[in-house]
Ligand binder design. Structure first.
Ligand SMILES: O=C(CO)[C@H](O)[C@H](O)COP(=O)(O)O
Ligand SMILES: [Fe+2]
Length: 233
């Protein structure tokens, strides 16, 4: 995986048809998705249950881009090797998921994955300063984690702007996750985000039989975000 700071759209398969993940993933990639975002929830760290390593391993052969695995689980460490072996390119753990995030990030890199650090909407960025050499991606949650289809939390715009200033020239992605639409994407792109996760806004109105709708939805988010970054240049 080469680092680049261009806008990347990462559809969350939380909003896909669970009965046909292989076909859904092939459809979104054919329609312009840059990464595939996989939301792992444990019914404990967040009040919802989704996928584990076997599902990740099953969908891996269908992903030609980047498998971006968002771990909303606690504890994290006992499961890192299983998700790495399932083929994750990026493993993102929450700062709030345990007392030893530094160790967790070390273990993720040790397992051969890029290391992501996610922050809930109520979490500040002070701790991130001490982890900058440990992370490849910082995920700012723009909803409270656990469900797709929630409303974007505007207070996270300033957080992204502060993070972008803190990161400087370091090769670290800023990912935003939750409530991203063609209306909210430009606010975050202008603040400095480069990876835009979108579930409902990508999958709405489409299906594997109507994949062109996925393409229209992805292009609408990308165009709005790119217009915002071009206006800054
Ligand atoms: O991590 C998540 C929820 O915890 C999802 O990635 C996120 O909610 C994406 O879905 P939507 O775009 O519908 O908000
Ligand atoms: Fe997510």
């Amino acid at each position: 995986m080469r680092f680049d700071r261009s806008i990347k759209i990462a559809p969350s398969i939380l909003s896909a048809d669970f009965a046909g993940f292989g076909a859904e993933i092939r459809a979104i990639e054919a329609q312009g998705a840059d990464w595939v975002h996989v939301d792992v929830m444990d019914g404990h760290f967040v009040p919802n249950l989704t996928f584990g390593p076997p599902l990740c391993a099953a969908i891996r052969p269908h992903i030609r881009t980047v498998m971006d695995v968002h771990l909303m689980i606690a504890p994290v460490d006992p499961y890192i090797d299983a998700f790495a072996q399932a083929g994750a390119d990026i493993l993102t753990a929450h700062l709030e998921a345990g007392p030893h995030i530094h160790r967790t990030l070390q273990a993720i890199r040790g397992a051969g994955c890029k290391a992501g650090l996610a922050l809930n909407p109520g979490t500040g960025i002070d701790a991130v300063e001490h982890l900058l050499d440990m992370v490849d991606l910082i995920c700012v949650m723009t909803v409270n984690p656990g469900f797709g289809g929630q409303k974007f939390i505007h207070s996270q715009i300033d957080k992204v702007r502060s993070l972008r200033a803190m990161i400087g020239d370091r090769p670290i992605h800023i990912e935003i996750d939750g409530g991203i639409t063609p209306e909210t994407a430009p606010l975050m792109a202008a603040a400095g985000a480069d990876v835009l996760v979108a579930g409902s806004a990508v999958f709405k109105g489409g299906s594997v039989d109507k994949p062109e709708v996925y393409g229209e939805n992805i292009r609408a988010i990308r165009a709005a975000a790119e217009a915002a970054t071009a206006a800054l240049a």
